[in-house]
Design a protein around this ligand. Sequence first.
Ligand code: ZN
Length: 213
Amino acid sequence: MSIHTVPVAGRVVVDMEIPANAPWSFVIRKGQTLRIIDSHGQQAVDTLFYSADDYQERYSGQDTLRAQGSAYVSTGTRIMSNEARVMLRVTADTCGLHDTSAGACSCESNTVRFGHGTKYLHACRENFLIEAAKHGMSKRDIVPNLNFFMNVPIDPSGNFTVVDGVSKPGDYVEMVAEMDVLCLISNCPQINNPCNGFFPTPIQVMIFEAQED
Ligand SMILES: [Zn+2]
């Protein structure tokens, strides 16, 4: 676990709240820094990245984990594409533990995990589909995602579980874009799973202009 708590300084391009349960998307230009703030703590932030120039190039959890030789995302992680190019680099992280193995919740998986009575509940996969549609994408474009602030311990035999989130109110993660990227976020609506403390809350996103050294 690597924790770095010095935030980037620079002109703020975007500063907005994503309501509990809601989707969001935005293009982050090369050199800009994205900060995702878990305003209230214990909120899972399901995230996907696409090359803004070609959506066929998109986030690859497999390449990201292989590139760094670790199961979790934190400071120093190079967020890789399916073409093995660096999309973003994680430059600050006050939480220290972000998952990219457990995927996003869906109505179908909720039914399997929590019972048929949850079938009607809103899920991250729907958020992703709604937001992806704004950019001309569909089901086939939704790939395994990053889960910022989601706590997924992996045991030595490779089994994992989703347990209580460890992020505190105000915890944040920052990443600098190495290419122009479209970022899709589903602020997870999960109420059956301890990853959100059983109560989804708003998050804050900020984008900072590239810093001049
Ligand atoms: Zn979810």
